[in-house]
Write a protein that binds this ligand. Structure first.
Ligand code: CP
Length: 324
């Protein structure tokens, strides 16, 4: 059984294989007919228990470009509202003949449970679980970084060794941060986390990265800064930081962006809250890769589906509880 549950499960070779395959998949998007016959006759279900714009739609686009049959399930409007469990929901869908399940869930560990419980036989791909992992986001971020910092043509087989990536914001609630720390570390990059102490998780000192409370001191040494949204939906209202104070200390505006090295890029996984962690001036600048990241997400998800359903070399080997 082959799944993609966590970026921590990927070796450097696995990750580079996915990035290189995505580079091949990106060529399909440049063709007049943007389709491959690879998954003809295979069925993929997108099982979304949490809201999503980018991940859900780009998985669907990737599946259709590979000629798979696609079933979209969102918890809203389903029998989940009547109390149906994850197990019964998944088995109901598998009874209709499903080869792969792409799952987003609010509970950390739900994709691992689905993959390892014996409930279903389908391959499981984690599209974001709670505050735990979002492996395809980390892969598309690495793909974007590699293209921007190493070069599109030099990309094949290359990794991000020695590049310095700064992640800024709500690290505590961010599955994007956890996945990026894991994958960037595997690919040899140096990672710096910048956040107020209240938005850093307990135990962050044991993660393979540096930690700082001071954004200004990190800018001139960064090859990329990745701005993260403050996830109010996962916070008690009493702990909301005030917007003005937060953006004054941790927001990226034009003046701060000007202190980055000339080659450095600004990243954001989306959704962005303009005026909070990033100003409109920065979000709309050519240095910001947010829209490029979305386009790259389709290529990465095509690569993951192609490799998993075609027999990938990577496999789930870790427990669901993140080490961080
Ligand atoms: N980056 C990301 O996961 O966005 P969505 O929540 O819109 O899928």
């Amino acid at each position: 059984q082959r799944h993609l549950i966590s970026a921590a499960d990927l070796t450097r070779d696995d990750a580079v294989l996915i990035l290189d395959t995505a580079e091949e998949m990106a060529r399909v998007a440049d063709r007049p007919i943007k389709k491959l016959p690879t998954l003809r006759g295979r069925t993929v279900v997108n099982l979304f228990f949490e809201d999503s714009t980018r991940t859900r739609i780009s998985f669907e686009a990737a599946e259709k470009r590979l000629s798979a049959d696609v079933i979209n399930f969102t918890a809203k409007g389903s029998s989940v509202s009547k109390g149906e469990s994850l197990k019964d929901t998944a088995q109901t869908l598998e009874a209709m003949g499903v080869d792969a399940v792409v799952i987003r869930h609010g509970a950390s560990g739900a994709p691992y449970r689905l993959a390892n419980s014996g409930w279903i036989d389908a391959a499981v791909i984690n599209a974001g679980d709670g505050t735990h992992q979002h492996p395809t986001q980390a892969l598309l971020d690495a793909f974007t970084l590699r293209r921007r910092l190493v070069g599109r043509d030099a990309g094949l087989g290359q990794d991000l060794a020695g590049r310095r990536v700064t992640l800024v914001g709500d690290i505590l609630h961010s599955r994007v941060a956890r996945s990026n720390v894991d994958l960037l570390h595997t690919l040899g990059a140096e990672v710096v986390l910048v956040a107020p102490p209240t938005l850093l998780p307990v135990g962050v000192g044991s993660w393979p990265c540096e930690v700082s409370y001071d954004l200004d001191s990190t800018l001139s040494k960064s090859d990329a800064v990745m701005m993260l949204r403050v996830q109010r939906e996962r916070m008690n209202a009493a702990f909301f930081p005030t917007e003005r104070e937060y953006s004054r200390r941790y927001g990226l505006d034009g003046e701060r962006m000007a202190r980055l090295p000339e080659h450095a890029v600004v990243m954001h996984p989306g959704p962005m809250v303009r005026g909070m962690e990033i100003t409109a001036e920065v979000a709309d600048s050519p240095r910001c890769t947010a829209v490029e990241q979305v386009a790259n997400g389709v290529s990465i998800r095509m690569a993951v589906l192609y490799l998993l359903l075609g027999g990938a070399v990577f496999d789930t080997k870790n427990a669901p509880a993140a080490t961080h």
